[in-house]
Design a binder for this molecule. Structure first.
Ligand code: CUA
Length: 327
């Protein structure tokens, strides 16, 4: 039984080391510094633990066999170990300070600024640009160019959230009324999953964000594609879907650029189907899940702000086709 528990623990431990969301799989400049600090702390703490256990074992043996020993020796031991403890704590404090210094030295990243706003329970992302026609508003997915330091301005409209993409950097809170900033720099292309790291209500666990790091050219291509308004529907079913969207309840909360909608309560859906997930990581993107979400948003993510909208089966199908085509 014990052996089985050990194997299970070992497997669980190893599975946490890799993958799309792990602080032990550093792919960003900031995360790499934090990971070095983590291993330094872990190594020293393990060494101290082993030494304490050895010391304890030795002391117990000596006590059994001799029950003697001079007071002076004991005092000497205690004194030097107190000294060693102070030295170790000072060294760890210094290492922590130096890591903070290295993180600050990575710079502010002025060339690409994103405003990330936390909502219960999704992420609004706005790419800032001096040219207003190039400002881009998206949700739940960030694309960044590899090797560039990106500045994130963090805000919240309701409660405290926390932005945490462990492969790229540590956590920073999004606090209502107080704007925090952080920077990320991906060193390798990849998809890095992040998660709200501050309990923010019922669906806190369904508040994920994906950061997609890609080479500069791919990023620029993606950006241009996202700036474009939604394509005109090319068949009657999708046109019907668009009409359902524009004339129904959807338009009160959502926006699809290129249509007469401008709702800002919920995520911008202009290129919804180009994203990898629905409802901040709740479901993988796909027509079936879009239909499922439209049919029962409260069943899939209870407590979220999207109400169930009564649609006829034909309208539901048309709307699904339309949304699934918003690449
Ligand atoms: Cu947002 Cu937890």
């Amino acid at each position: 039984m014990r052996r089985l528990a050990a194997i299970v623990l070992l497997c669980a431990g190893c599975s946490a080391c890799g993958g799309v969301q792990s602080a032990l799989d550093a792919n960003g400049a900031h995360a790499a510094h934090i990971l070095s600090l983590f291993w330094l702390f872990t190594g020293i703490c393990v060494a101290v633990w082993v030494l304490v256990m050895l010391g304890l074992g030795l002391a117990l043996r000596r006590r059994k066999s001799e029950r003697q020993g001079s007071e002076r020796t004991a005092r000497l031991w205690v004194g030097s170990l107190v000294g060693l403890t102070v030295a170790i704590l000072a060294a760890l404090t210094a290492a922590s300070f130096l890591t903070g210094h290295s993180l600050a030295a990575l710079g502010e990243g002025d060339d690409l600024t994103l405003k990330v706003t936390g909502h219960q329970w999704w992420w609004e992302v706005r790419y800032e640009d001096p040219d207003p026609s190039r400002v881009l508003t998206l949700a739940n997915e960030i694309h960044i160019p590899v090797g560039r330091t990106v500045k994130l301005e963090l805000a919240s409209t309701d409660v405290i959230h926390s932005f945490w993409v462990p492969s790229l950097n540590g956590k920073t809170d999004l606090v209502p009324g107080r704007d925090n900033t952080m920077t990320v720099r991906a060193e390798r292309p990849g998809v890095y999953r992040g998660q709200c790291a501050e309990f923010c209500g019922f669906q806190h666990a369904h508040m994920a964000i994906l950061v997609i790091a890609e080479p500069e050219a791919e990023f620029a291509h993606w950006y241009e594609a996202q700036l474009r308004p939604a394509d005109e529907p090319d068949d009657p079913d999708r046109r019907r879907g668009r009409d359902v969207f524009v004339s129904g309840a959807c338009a009160m909360c959502h926006q699809i650029r290129g249509t007469p909608t401008g709702g800002r309560v919920g995520p911008d859906l202009t290129h919804l189907a180009s994203r990898r997930t629905i409802a901040a990581g709740t479901l993988p993107m796909g027509p079936e899940n879009i239909a499922g979400w439209l049919a029962d948003p409260q069943g899939l993510k209870p407590g979220n702000n999207m109400p169930r909208v009564d649609l006829s089966p034909d309208d539901l199908q048309a709307l699904t086709l339309y949304l699934a085509g918003l690449k």
